[in-house]
Design a protein around this ligand. Structure first.
Ligand code: BES
Ligand code: MN
Ligand code: ZN
Length: 442
């Protein structure tokens, strides 16, 4: 699809109308589309929905082109960015395995009356990153294995001249990653620790993004219930989103240094899988009692977070479908943010607001951290509060024990990375938030 900035004189255009209900679309004459703004002042989220409705209407009525005046109530650059992001992302089509490519949507071009080309470029790079994240997320776990994620990273490295390194099981053993390996050992799929580096700013300290890459989370010996278990193919959406953010940054050729680290494993029950009560030693030297093999995300992330130290990071942000509890707390709208540095949390929340990919902060206090105590190791991998209480915060407290040496934030995307039900599919979130955060650091 083409997006352009061009003064237009044609009659075929979209008119925004305050008297119409928000999101309502009406035809007025042959070439005029009236779209309702509603009476409230328009915010970014409403604009995103409006743009999606507009694209769907255009496709439904076979309109090939839209001519959009820029709304005065929204800043022109934001308008162009938000609308382009929404319409381009809406154009993404879910592809069935081995099926023919679905036919293209009717809408082929969007012309804005004013604004900057750079807003369009930023939106399209973001959407390309989201498309990568969505494709990987939707892929079944018999295709998207840790090995597949490593190959994807190597392909990205080739395309964008990035530095790629893939550690094998034996390398991780040599580094002492007993925690990560305790998760993968029950699976036939070999684990991979993937890192990709983009250098756009000489020797500056890099932003490091760490993405949880559990390509299938059965729960392990602490097996999950059967209903909805297919959705645990999405447990690598953290990995998919950091790969997506890397793609967006590399495509925009930003003047930053960015490294992504992806611990990729499959969590399976087996005769040689970890068992509740097992004690393992992490790369940091701290020991962990595995009280529940389904709390595996933190077990792989803690070693990846220790490994991240070697990149001498400016900040480290991990992204993970870490807890079902974050869906209880925030539903499917906001990602959860937890951080050991308030200004970093603030920056992420701000980036989420402008990219319409929002996040909400949860606390991290010592009282929660104390619940991780264990009689047999330095910590347990779940809290001793009978379960169900503040699970997202306790998980983040666990991670914070491995991030003492740098500014760190954690994004729990269990609620936002995909949608369930009839429209089941990956969302590409939080690629927009991450990309915007990185842009804001320049
Ligand atoms: N991948 C899951 C979290 C999850 C659950 C994401 C449901 C999306 C939907 C994670 O590995 C997990 O199983 N977490 C447990 C932790 C518990 C055992 C302390 C959870 O949330 O139930
Ligand atoms: Mn789990
Ligand atoms: Zn998981």
């Amino acid at each position: 699809m083409k997006f352009k900035i061009n003064k237009f004189t044609t009659e075929a255009q979209v008119v925004f109308d305050k008297t119409l209900k928000l999101n309502k679309v009406e035809f007025e004459g042959a070439n005029k589309l009236k779209i309702g703004l509603g009476e409230q002042a328009l915010n970014g989220k409403m604009l995103q929905k409006l743009a999606t409705t507009l694209a769907n209407t255009a496709n439904q009525f076979n309109l090939k082109a839209l001519f959009l005046p820029v709304l005065i109530s929204v800043e022109a650059d934001d308008f162009v960015y938000i609308v382009t992001q929404a319409i381009a992302n809406n154009d993404y089509q879910v592809q069935k395995i081995d099926a023919e490519t679905p036919k293209e949507n009717a809408l082929q071009s969007v012309t804005f009356e004013s604004g900057k080309q750079s807003s369009i470029d930023k939106a399209l790079a973001t959407v390309n990153g989201m498309a990568l994240a969505r494709t990987l997320g939707d892929m079944p776990s018999n295709i998207c294995t840790p090995t597949y994620l490593a190959q994807t990273a190597q392909e990205l490295a080739k395309e964008f001249r990035l530095k790629c390194e893939v550690l094998e099981e034996s390398d991780m053993l040599a580094l002492g990653m007993g925690s990560l390996l305790s998760v993968s050992k029950g699976s036939i799929e070999p684990p991979k620790l993937i890192s990709l580096s983009y250098q756009g700013k000489g020797n500056a300290k890099p932003i490091v993004l760490v993405g949880k890459g559990v390509t299938f989370d059965s729960g392990g010996i602490s097996l999950k219930p059967g209903a909805g278990m297919d959705e645990m193919k999405y447990d690598m959406c953290g990995a998919a989103s950091v790969l997506g953010a890397m793609r967006a940054v590399a495509e925009m050729k930003l003047k930053v240094n960015l490294t992504i680290v992806v611990p990729a494993v499959e969590n399976m029950p087996a005769h040689n899988a970890s068992k509740p009560g097992d004690v393992v030693k992490s790369m940091s030297g701290q020991t962990i009692e595995i009280l529940n093999t389904d709390a595996e995300g933190r077990l792989i992330l803690c070693d990846a977070l220790t490994y991240a130290q070697k990149f001498d990071p400016a900040v480290v942000i991990d992204v993970a479908t870490l807890t079902g509890a974050v869906i209880m707390a925030l539903g499917k709208h906001h990602s959860g943010v937890m951080a050991n540095d308030q200004s970093l949390a603030d920056d992420l929340i701000e980036a989420g607001k402008s990219a319409i990919d929002t996040a909400w902060q949860l606390p991290l206090d010592d009282e929660y951290d104390e619940l991780l105590q264990s009689n047999f190791a330095d910590m347990g991998n779940i809290g001793v509060c009978g379960g169900g209480k503040a699970g997202s915060v306790i998980a983040a407290c666990f991670l914070s024990r491995f991030t003492k040496d740098y500014r760190w934030a954690h994004l729990d995307i269990a609620g936002t990375a995909w949608v369930s039900g009839a429209k089941k599919g990956a969302t590409g979130r939080p690629v927009p938030l991450l990309t915007q955060y990185i842009l804001n650091q320049i």
